[in-house]
Structure formats: C-alpha cells, structure tokens
Design a protein around this ligand. Sequence first.
Ligand code: DGJ
Length: 731
Amino acid sequence: MSILHNEQTGIFSLETAHTLYQMKADATGVLLHLYYGKKTGSDMDYLIRYTDRGFSGNPYELSSNRGYSLDTLPQEYSGNGVGDFRLPAVQVLSENGSRSVDLRFVGYAIAKGRRQLSDLPFVREAEETETLTVIMRDSVIGLDLELKYHVFPSQDVIVRSARLINTGNQPLVIEKAASACVDFLYGDFDVIHFHGRHCMERIPERLSLPRGVASFGSRRGMSSHHSNPFVILCDRHATENTGDCYGCMLMYSGNHLEEMEVDQTGSTRLVSGIHPDGFSWTLVPGEAFQTPEALLSYSANGLNGLSRHYHDIIRHQVISPRWQTAKRPVLINSWEAAYFDFDAEKILRFARSAKEMGMEMLVLDDGWFGKRDDDNAGLGDWVVNEKKLGCSMQELSDQIHALGLEFGLWFEPEMVNEDSDLYRAHPDWALADPDRKPMLARNQLVLDMSRQDVVDYLFDAMCAVLDHAKIEYVKWDFNRSIANCYSHALSADRQGEVAHRFMLGTYQLLERLLTRYPDLMIEGCSGGGGRFDAGILYYCPQIWCSDDSDAVERLEIQRGTSYGYPASTMGAHVSASPNHQTGRMTPLSTRSIVAQSGTFGYELNPEKLTDAEKEEIKKQISDYHRFEPLIAEGSYHRLTELDENKDFEAWMFVSPDQKEALVNLVMTHVRANGPFPHIRLQGLNPQYHYRLEGENIAHSGLALVNGGFAFPQMHRDYPAAQLHLVAIDEA
Ligand code: DGJ
C-alpha cells in the first residue's frame, strides 16, 4: 500500500519508492500539509508549532486559541478571504458577491488504480497506482472539493488535481482553481523556471526566492515558448547531482500560472494551475469542474535525479502506449528544404534522395492545401491543392510509399486566414471581440475551439484528407498566441470560460482523431516548442522542439527541455549549414550528434548535399539506429552544471542495465593551446569494465565515474565527439 490513513492520528501518508508526503485534517477540519521529502518512517506533525503572531487572526470557532491561524499553518489547499493571507488555491464568487472560500475536511477514499479524466489529458494508470480522494466542503456556499492524489511509487511521482462540485442551490463562479498547492514549512529555496521566446525555448533561470510572491506563467492561450508550465524548487546548494529538488509540472497546454510565496516566517507556498487572469467558470447547482493534473516529484539527488523521475513518468505513463516502445522513423521534413515552393515532382526528388541515404519517412510541411503559397492565406481550407502539387495527395503518397518511405503531412487545425473559404463562410468561427478588429499574427486568426461545430468541421476536414491518402504521421502546428479570446457562441457572462474551453476543444479533436486512426503518429508543434507540455505529450509522443535548428543554439534548448522532458519527446533535425535561423556554420557531425539526442530527422534540401555528405549521413543514420534504444529508454545525465563557465556542453545516456552508454560532447568555444575537455561520467556500474568503441581500450566504471574521461583537444568551429561505451565483463 502506498497510501495509508492512520485513524488514531488522522495522518495520511503517501509513499513512493523514495519519498513521503503527509497531511492531516485537524480537529477543526482544516487540512494541514505536514511534510514532503525523503522518507522518514515517522509522523511529521511534530514539525508544526503554534504561536500567536500579530495580524494573523483566528477562525471564529477558535478565537480562544490565539496560536491557531490559517495564516501561519501549512495548508493542503488554501482557501480565500477567511484568514490565510497568502496565495489562495481557490477563489469562488457567490451570488451575494462574496469571494470567500473556507474548506473543511468531510471524508476520504482510498482506491487502487485511478479514474480516467474524460475531457483532459491525464497520467495513465500504472499497475501499482493508488488514489487518495480527500473531500473538503464549504457548507456556506455549497461547494465540495475533491482533492485527488494519484501515487506512482516506482517513479516517485504524485499526481494532484482538484474537482469542484456545486452542491448548493446558487450558481457559483470559479475565479481560480489551482491544480496543486504545496506548503513548505521550512527550507530556503531557489526556483528554476523555464523562460524563452520563439526560437529559444525553455531556458532555465535559477533565482533565489525572494520574500513575497514570485510568479511565472502564460496568458497567451498556450503553454508558450515564453514560460513552460514546469518549475523546480531546490535547495540553495543543490547541484545537478546533489541536494533536495521538488518539481511541479502542469499537464496543460493553455494559460497557466506558477506562483511561489515566501511568507512572514520564511515558509514557502507553491501554487500551480490554470491562470486565473481572465478565467471564470460558472457552475450551476450539480455541476463539477475538473482542474488539469499537476505532476509533483521530489529527488534528494539533485536536478539530474529529478529530471529522471519526469523522464520516467512521461515515457511510461504520459506517452500513449502505442508509441512508448515503438521506434520513431528517421524523417526528412520539407520545410527548411523548400518552404512554400514545391510541387509533387520536387517532393519526390527529395524522397528518392532521402531513401538512398536511409531515411524512413517524408513529411510534407506547410503549403499543400487551399490557396497557400505563402503564410498570408489558406489556413482553414484543408483541401489538397492539386494544381500546385500536380497530382492528388493519394498519388503523391502512393509514389512515396512505392519508394519505401512512410508519409507525413502538416496541419495547423486551430487557425484560419481571413483569406480563406472557411473564414468567408464562417467569420464568427474566429475568436474576436465584438466591434473590434482582432490582433493578427502571421496574418492569421484563431478558430474558436470552444465551439463544437468548429471541432466537428475540423474533424471532418482532416478525416477527408487522411482517408484519401495513406498518411502515417501528422505534424500539428500552432503558430500564434491567442488574443481577443471572445467566443460568439457564448453569452457575455461565460466569456471567462473561452480560453479553457478552447483547450478542451483541441484535446477533443486530438482524441477523436487518434480514436479513428490509432496508428497515426501526431507530432506536436507550435512554431517549434510553443506548446511543449505534458498535456500535448499525452496525444503526441514527440514535439518539434524549436524552430531554431542551429546545433549550437539547440544545445541550450535541448538542455533546458531535458529538465522536465525526455529526449524521446524532442523533435530534432539536422539542418543546412549555414543555418537558416542564425547563419552559423557547424560541422555535419556536430549537427547529427545534437539531433540524435531527440527524435532524429533531417530538414535540408538533399539535392544540395555533396556525395561525401550523403555518405556521412548514411553512417549517421545507421549509428542512430544502433543508439536509438539507448537514447529512447536510457537514463539521461547532464554532465555540466547549469550556468557553469565552460567551453563545452556534455551529456550522456546509460542503458537501463548499465551495459551501454553514449557520451556526447560539443565544443562551444575552441581555444588555442586549450585544456583537454574533461568530464566525470555518470550512471555507470562501477563494477563493470567498459570498452570504448573504435579503440582497443577499456576502463572500469569506477574509474570513469570518479576519475572521468579526458577528450583530446579539438580544432575548428564547434567540433563534437561521441563516446560509445559497452560493458565487456564485471570487474
Ligand atoms: C512553424 C513550424 O515550427 C515549422 O517547422 C513549419 O512547420 C512552419 N510553422 C510552417 O508554417
């Protein structure tokens, strides 16, 4: 049993392989958070001390006990306006104008497994999953709250969410409903958050938490390039391999907010959920609202340790079982090869050349439909432009398959251009404020995915294409932030629901397509990694990591992404040199080593390659096939510290049985007469001897971990080295 309730003490203990999470409802029904961290084997309520602090008042029924304040005690899910002056987890507007919420414990249930969510992505049940439901009630306003805790013991992950139910007889308007709230009574934390921009996503920034509130989030209608829905709180001295680290990852692709408050005595509260700005949701009596899930994890083994928990749960409980172990095709994508300038003949020439080099799939990117010769028109008209192609999609797909390649196609379902037949027929299907010209971005508008008729149209339009040609793969793009988030199908008082209903519509469309085409692989994309989150990963086993395909920039992007997400989810391609985004020249070998640490592919014009480059690519692809299981299933280790002043980036994968490892190093600054790049390897079995591929030499795991490995000096711009280690015996 990983969930225990002690009837005498009232303590709930949630145990994973290495962690303990405790809470208890006290005599007044307040649900106190007691502890989250390394296992202790004890009841941790002794950590709570009661004292009278000025300006922290007392609940009415406890007015004689001035040491008892909601403002100073650690709360499991903070209410609003009734005496806890820190961040609320929930805020509800009642008919009388009050926004107060005071939740008290009424009961609990412990069950094996977990219930699936019907309209949101969720963490899939593992064999050992158990669920605790704690029921809280505000009987004044008629609100029940079900706090859900799904425990995944072997991954050291606890998945939280909240369900609010209107049990009274007045409508309630939810203005905030967090997925998780965690109070850390003691400890000084740094926060690591993942900021960015288009073409530079998920850049880690580590900051000491100040007194007061720090927050990160997105109001762009998407999880965003700018702020990933994932934060880490870590001990001020934590490194990649040591120290306490807590992660909170929201499984959601829309507006989100992560807030941290360090209070008057230094306690820290973390709250994560749908962004409350602009959000409101009316619950009529009897209705319920389910929040997205938040994945909590703790590691005592530093940031690398925490990342491995997230990699594990995403690979095994978030990604669809269809793709968990399936090999992903090495693909060539037409975007940087041709942009909008192609016909079937050109695409087939790419395909022939790609096939000769060993690639397995051709993906036809933007520009095959409607009137789409540039990015000003055509979105919404998912009708094959046979005139441009020179044939039907079926004919093109048949010819690509005849070459022995699979075929993929680009869509951007949630968007529409004003210059499209769809918009001309249904202008009210686009999100736009009444009487106001909407913001345009890339000359496109956003479809109102909160409308069922829009979702139905897209489903039918996409099926019409997918039914008439053999298509194994869809690249699902999303190329702008959402503004003017107003639906013409909802009443004025329901407009606060549009952003979340939008996400529910998108998830519904993904779900329906995957139900109809269970073998279809959908790759997520949003101008690269603008929706790189666990919500999208539930449907899409891989996401195009960034529109920046420059190998040196990708070092930062893929490293930042690796804190929360495994390599097998990161779409990464070898592109041309000079690179189209930066103009930087990098060796083909470096581009390949960087792209191999993701779902590998090419994004260049194969007709421009020399014979020598084609031969090198053949070797890269055969190497990738050898290393793919290690990269997809192995443990991942960042070998350099964040923000370390260094001339190289290095990372490695180790197979689950520790018998094989792949070490990668890219020089970002070559120096004259420079030092040998030296790193200590990780994750190896100290008992094994490892042979270095290509060299008649072996070293013990103990030596490689403790003494490390020194690479030779390298020359020219951005050279890279790869070390493949295979265990030959036990020492
Ligand atoms: C943005 C994507 O990230 C690119 O890879 C490409 O698909 C373009 N959109 C096409 O418009």
